[in-house]
Design a protein around this ligand. Sequence first.
Ligand code: AMP
Length: 229
Amino acid sequence: MSEQQLECFVFSGPPGSGKGTVAQQCVQNLGWLQLSTGDLCRKHIAEGTEIGKQIDFAIKSGKLVDDALIIDMVAQWIQEHKNSGKTIIFDGFPRTVVQAQLFIQLIEKKLTWIKLVVIDFKIDDAVVIQRLSSRRICSNKQCQAVYSVASGSQKRPMIEGKCDFCGASLIQRLDDVSATVEKRLQVYHQHADLVLDFYKQSGVKINSINADQPIDIAFKAVVAVKELQ
Ligand code: AMP
């Protein structure tokens, strides 16, 4: 009996491109599964597994975890979830070209029932800088509603500096100040552009969607890519 094909979506896009929010919508509205390699690393550490012991130091010092260990964790997680038959979204993976290469090799040799689908959330850096540096979040940890102080934005709060839902003050995340955003974008391009180039060279189709539009439209664009599979 041939094994059922499982689609694994790689969402590529800079911070502020909306890919995280679209991923949440795919989980909530379509029942997809989301694999965050950051969460997976933290789970291994919390459970004290062999892998957890090996990656503890890298995580605590903010370095990237060894590529082969990440692939082992991802492969194990996929095996545990493959019977769900649900589409999977990768969050934070692959982070390096080596991870992208190793994962394709794994699909070719072992996980032959996986169909890799790459979506690139395209948006100009200038738009991201404007988006993130105008972003404000509710300081109430239970609320965390997101606003924009950009002029003309539909997400402006009704009362300046206050959350519409709970009235708490709005704050700017430390990493949303424009100099930090520029640095985050630089780091993103350093790795992500190489990973996308690698996919192109390997003949993996890159489905580009315009991320400079409202989230529900970007979500619909992802659904359209899914329907093409
Ligand atoms: P995140 O939650 O995605 O910000 O990841 C938190 C930490 O987990 C990162 O700083 C890395 O140490 C590690 N990590 C998560 N995903 C990867 C990955 N794909 N490759 C290497 N390290 C990762």
